[in-house]
Design a protein around this ligand. Sequence first.
Ligand SMILES: [Zn+2]
Length: 410
Amino acid sequence: MLLRARVVLPLSQPPIEDGFVRVVKNRVTTVGGWADAPDEPVIDLGEVILLPGLVNAHCHLDYTDFVGAIPPPKSFTDWIDAIVDLKAEVDDAAHADSWRHGADQCLRYGTTTLGNIESRPDQLPHLWLATPLRVVSFFELILFKPESNAAQAVEDVESWLTANLPPQGRAGLSPHAPYTTNADLLEACGRKTRPLAIHLAESADEHEMFCHGRGRMFERVASAGRVNSDCGFNSPIAHAAAHSVLRASTLAIHANYLSETDVKQLAKSQASVVHCPRSHEYFRHEPFNEADLSKAGVNLCLGTDSLATTCDKEAELSLFDEMRLHAASFPSLRAETILRRTTLNAAAALGMGGEVGGINEGAFADLITIPFGGNVAGAVEAVVRHEGPVQAVMVDGQWEVPPPSLAARE
Ligand SMILES: [Zn+2]
């Protein structure tokens, strides 16, 4: 299949005016200028930018139907209490519906690969089949009581995964956060070679718990049975590093409260950091330390987080909304830097560099288009400013949202 577009934005190489992408089965074989296109039938996509499907590095699809349900809390710990209450009301059918609604929204807004935290593995085999999205599923592990057998819990997930792999995408582990795990669980996860995703240094409450051994979160988890003898002397980042979960295949989710030493430690570990702009704004966290993390060479990417961290009842899982807010919060950032954070950088963070997030030889044919009648020089800026759904979506060589010219023919 040969596709032609006014602008092709491969990301892995400079933008191409009047470009083509050749797809064979589910992979890209060639990308270039129209003058060099092979002589074969073409689908002319017309006045559009053709770019790789976006990569959302962090989400909780199962919270999609909680959109706008929690007003901005006084503290992060209060939000945790609220989400625990909401989750207690959810039965199997509601969980599956919410997960699917989220997956549909992601696709409509041009996300084709998603790093998702999974709290209900029993439902996953049929959910994976219900979406064409490439899902990197991180299995959430919450376990902190001293009597629990963390090593066994991790082995149970591993043996489940040997029998149930995602049809496309990958599977990893998500020890939820330092405050909902104990050292045994972190170390058991650290011994596995799978990708890891962990919420780290997300809130002031977590910072206070680990750095000073006190505060709302400290009290809250102590009352639930966590032995907090590991608190009061280490930052959450140092805590994660000391228990072997900070490494190159780790996705550090949020990383909002960081010291200079934490930034250095993140850089040294080669872990990636995922920033979720709308969720960050909802919690009114301290400003995200974009400049120091970038300067230290940390791989930064963007995610949507869930819709349980927004007050806007109309909000949907759109990385374009995240990019626009990120651009507004950091006006000196180049549009290209922002777009890399939802494509190449996020793909690398999920261990899928070269396969998704760029249009290059051998990459999966995961492609999207947005309408565009401008000059090639303004194409990246136009993507970062885009609002609303995308015009067309291809995943694995199949049109999931066909371009208007093909849709009209059907
Ligand atoms: Zn999260």
